[in-house]
Design a protein around this ligand. Structure first.
Ligand code: MLT
Length: 266
């Protein structure tokens, strides 16, 4: 079911399906909830799945000059309120969605039963990366999205996916091109100022699953394994035949990791 939720001055698009313990799916950058299309139905066979379009992405509006990760997390909490979901949720976020997961933990931990961190990082940008993001924000505002896929796809998808699954590369390209430069620029600026959360990791006391694509060059498996080891009891799973976009590149393996993790804890 597709929902249009009016919260303050913003209209959020949210897709839900299924019954069972709630599982929130939060997308990466510069994407929308469609990046979870291949896992949405299989996960909804066992869960109430809630896939959101973050502020400024997909069919959600609410543009700002900058959207810090804290604001995205507050938006997700408000969406859960609006949907009347009082039960604690499993929060799954990929990459930027993972940066938001840290803020959910920090600001709304009473809402969380578990976390699933997909292809993401615990460290902040260095000054060079942060400057590059601010420049990229200016570039999309002046030139639009047309150059973005060609620059990003080699980093988002494994070589294997690009050659063997052209339909995935096509869907990802189209998803990027659909995004509004205002939302993209605001999130880039927000990511540039996100904090290093390494000191939070030993405090995390809810079940946590860390998932990395074996060929992820943005958040490489070794780095993810390293921060997973700092989270008490966290499980780490490396997904074969995938780069940064695990839910699109190897959806079956993602479901095989996620469903038992959620089931074992029920
Ligand atoms: C993402 O997939 O959300 C981005 O790679 C995050 C980032 O640019 O750090």
């Amino acid at each position: 079911m597709d929902h249009k939720l009016r919260i303050g001055d913003t209209s959020f698009h949210v897709r839900t399906a299924g019954q069972g313990s709630p599982l929130v799916l939060v997308h990466g950058f510069p994407l929308d909830h469609h990046m979870y299309d291949a896992v949405f139905e299989p996960l909804a066979e066992q869960h109430q799945v809630i896939a959101v379009d973050l502020r400024g992405f997909g069919e959600s509006d609410g543009y700002r000059e900058i959207v810090p990760m804290e604001m995205f997390a507050d938006d997700v909490a408000a969406i859960l309120d609006e949907l009347d979901i009082a039960e604690q949720v499993t929060f799954a976020g990929l990459s930027m969605g993972g940066y938001i997961a840290w803020q959910m933990w920090q600001r709304h931990r009473d809402r969380l039963s578990r976390m699933i961190l997909l292809d993401t990082r615990a460290i902040a940008d260095d000054e060079v990366q942060a400057r590059a993001r601010r420049m990229a924000a200016e570039a999309v505002l002046s030139a639009g999205m047309s150059d973005v896929p060609v620059n990003m796809l080699p980093k988002l998808l494994s070589e294997n996916t690009r050659h063997e699954k052209p339909e995935v590369a096509k869907a990802l390209t189209e998803m990027i091109l659909r995004q509004d430069p205002r939302g993209v620029a605001a999130a880039q600026r927000g990511m540039a100022q996100r904090p290093n959360v390494e000191s939070w990791l030993p405090e995390i006391n809810i079940p946590t699953l860390v998932i990395s694509g074996e060929h992820d060059v943005i958040s490489p498996p070794d780095e993810m394994k390293g921060f997973a080891a700092q989270i008490p009891g966290a499980q780490f799973v490396e997904i074969p035949a995938a780069g940064h976009m695990v839910p699109m590149e190897n959806p079956e393996a993602m479901c095989e990791a996620v469903l038992p993790f959620c089931r074992d804890l029920e």
